[in-house]
Design a protein around this ligand. Structure first.
Ligand code: XMP
Length: 508
């Protein structure tokens, strides 16, 4: 069994990010609420504790506080922000309301060495977000860092292996945050590391087995990464007691339906491939409004899934590919309550099952690693983001079978050329759009009247903002020739040079 670091969550915005940064260092980390009892904490046999930040002040009557016995446990500890204030207060220091600091601040090292700051320069930028501050250190602690707004920005007791920082080492804006966390884990706490996604897989599979017992589970596959990885890990745990229903709405990109079929068709689970393209096309007949398209597709997806579920008899668990960012978006601090199944895409109350969310602690790139660990094809796991309503919202106007076919073929050419040129490594999404515009062209002495295709390629960090990708002209030229010569019916290619905002990434 590998080492576990427990992140005691005081209601922090960043608790998961802390856990994730620890895992990045090769040490398994998980979150536990601050309300956990001492026995619950110790039952997890942690090798170290990290006390997260939180919105409170230690002096408030109902301020969150862990069981004080952790202070005597001998476990190495790192307090972050509120976690620091609680440690200072609980160990006999003083915490006062100070001038709040939000955002960047300069931290200066004090004299003397500390294992926490090994290799870190005398002065560097940190990211602060606090109201209260530590005014005097508890007995046994040395001052390690100070900033303008925090006379004590970091403190440590090497003997007891208890350290604390006022700033947030887990956010990217803190320079050397990674080194500080690494120092805590390996220099101060003396951990050995060596954890990886393979170990996560073993632990999680065991946990799923225990949770599900001899029950049965159902998962809806959409063709996306998250549902595929969630399905694969649950399948690893309970095998044929998992049924996967792949609702193929016919709006996927070239080859994606086959990819899912190949990835799951041969695994030991019940795999049902519902080819529902005709039903979706019928539902979309005459629909041109983008929101209306989304609604029709979402509703029908659920209906088709429900019909299949009804044929299966009682099911105990519904598997969802919820990721940690989905949890945050639903509201910080409500992580435990949000996914009651009213929120699961509108599933009705009379479907009686409990939710199994094996990915809810992970970030997207961790899910991709896990997917590879589970042996899913690279093309599926490394797939660029793709909207649930699929190609329907990449064609302006009505969704028709012939237009879908045209768009799918044009999109395959665009993707092939961009990937062949290696340009995909730098960009977030790259695809074709059918704007529904016909123009005059000339091909082989003949006048044509064909469809225009728009190429969209954007760089982005998270999809919230984006810029158009500066693809080389030679590549754009190759894409344009290839699309027109390979996709009959297309005679013009345009490149979209709109950023987000004011545009969106998708056209609809
Ligand atoms: P926009 O077009 O809003 O897209 O700039 C931002 C990101 O979200 C994806 N997207 C969707 N994903 N269902 C989804 O699952 C949708 O209806 C949807 N619309 C947009 C889009 O591909 C981009 O990554």
């Amino acid at each position: 069994m590998s080492e576990t670091v427990l992140v005691l969550d005081f209601g922090a915005q960043y608790a998961q990010l802390i856990a994730r940064r620890v895992r990045d260092q090769g040490v398994y980390a998980e979150i536990i609420p601050v309300t956990a009892s001492y026995e619950e904490i110790m039952a997890k046999e942690p090798a170290a504790l990290i006390l997260s930040g939180g919105p409170d002040s230690v002096y408030r009557e109902d301020a969150p506080a862990p069981d004080r016995r952790i202070l005597e446990s001998g476990l190495p500890m790192l307090g972050i922000c509120y976690g620091m204030q609680w440690l200072a207060y609980a160990l006999g220091g003083r915490v006062d309301p100070g001038t709040p600091e939000y955002g960047p601040a300069r931290a200066h090292r004090s004299a003397g060495d500390s294992s926490l700051l090994r290799g870190v320069p005398q002065e560097f930028q940190v990211w602060m977000s606090h109201g209260d501050r530590v005014e005097s250190l508890p007995p046994g602690f040395s001052l390690l860092l100070r900033s303008e707004g925090a006379p004590c920005a970091a403190m440590g007791d090497e003997q007891r292996k208890i350290f604390a920082v006022q700033f947030h080492p887990e956010v990217v804006h803190t320079e050397h945050g990674k080194e500080i966390l690494r120092n805590f884990l390996f220099e101060a706490a003396g951990l050995s590391g060596g954890w990886d996604m393979g170990s996560f897989l073993d632990i999680e599979v065991e946990r799923i087995r225990e949770t599900v017992g001899d029950g049965s589970a159902l998962v809806a596959l959409s063709g996306g990464v998250d549902s595929a990885v969630a399905a694969a890990i649950v399948q690893r745990a309970i095998g044929e007691r998992l049924t996967a229903v792949f609702v193929d709405h016919g709006l996927l990109r070239d080859g994606e339906g086959e990819q899912v079929e190949q990835a799951f068709g041969s695994r030991s689970l019940r795999f049902i491939h519902v080819k529902a393209q005709d039903r979706f096309l019928a539902a979309l007949r005459g629909v041109v409004d983008p929101e209306e398209k989304r609604k029709k597709i979402g509703n029908l997806f659920i209906r088709v899934f429900e019909e299949e579920a009804a044929k299966l008899g009682p099911i105990d668990w519904l598997v969802q590919g919820t990721l940690y960012p989905d949890v945050i978006e639903s509201g910080p601090g409500k992580a435990a309550v949000i996914k009651s199944h009213h929120n699961v895409g509108g599933l009705p109350d009379d479907l009686k099952f409990r939710l199994l969310e094996p990915l809810r602690d992970l970030f997207k790139d961790e899910v991709r690693l896990l997917g590879e660990e589970l042996g899913l094809p690279r093309a599926l796991v490394r797939r660029q983001p793709f909207p649930g309503p699929g190609l329907a919202i990449r064609m302006v106007g009505e969704v028709q079978a012939e237009r879908l076919d045209l768009l799918r073929r044009a999109d395959a050419v665009v993707r092939r050329e961009i990937e062949r040129a290696g340009a995909d490594a730098e960009i977030w999404q790259w695809f074709a759009v059918l704007p529904g515009v016909r123009t005059v062209g000339v091909q082989g002495d003949h006048r044509t009247y064909g469809e225009a295709v728009v190429v969209r390629a954007v760089s982005s960090e998270d999809g919230m903002t984006a810029d158009w990708a500066r693809l080389p002209h030679e590549l754009l030229q190759r894409i344009a020739s290839a699309v027109v010569s390979e996709v009959h019916g297309v005679n013009r290619v345009l490149y979209d040079i709109t950023s987000k905002p004011p545009g969106t990434i998708e056209w609809e």
